[in-house]
Design a binder for this molecule. Sequence first.
Ligand code: DC
Length: 225
Amino acid sequence: MVAIDGPAGVGKSTTARDLAVRLGFVLVDTGALYRAVALAAREAEVGWDEADALGALAGELELSFRPGPSGAARLHLAGIDRDDELRTPQMGEGASKVSQHPPVRDALLGVQRRLGARGGVVLEGRDIGTVVFPDAEVKVFLTATPRARALRRREDLEARGKPVPPLDELEAAMAARDRRDSMRPVAPLRAAEDGFTLDSTNLSFEEVVDALEAIVRRRMQQHAS
Ligand code: DC
């Protein structure tokens, strides 16, 4: 099992996806679970600050990942593919807010542990190596400066033909999300003490995946011997 944690916009999802393909592992994007709670809450008219109601809602959700047409796993809520609806800045914001609440984190802990239980998985999120799977064979904390992440986010929005806010605004949004994710009292965003930290500020996408693959293969050899 490989745990990859790190802040918003660092490229975890895309690099973790390529890494999983190279290793022949299944990818579990745990942020999608928090996004699904935010989406379901909005539909049920539960506020993103209503800790107990959110926890109850999260505990009842039927969450699953199923392969889409490209083979990539897509999040299904009650058996319906809702993945596209989760990938908006609003749901990113909502996920960051609902994830502050311990009842929500508790409800999703079991879901994540079930998804990782069979091994052969890359899990990516914020607290995988510290809380969800502290015994993962490989733990990587992927980081980059807020500026670098804002530049990547801008490229991504441009490539998808979406409206692009000014760079300073993107950078400020990154920094605000970092603050909220790192300051929360429960399972804050931080590197596991016994993991690797990879600063991707000056690395290309390909170089990050190469470095991750090298780390994983080295660790696996150590584990096997
Ligand atoms: O990775 P993402 O942007 O899809 O995550 C959205 C939010 O979900 C993130 O701001 C914090 C929360 N999250 C979390 O608290 N723990 C995780 N393991 C994954 C995501």
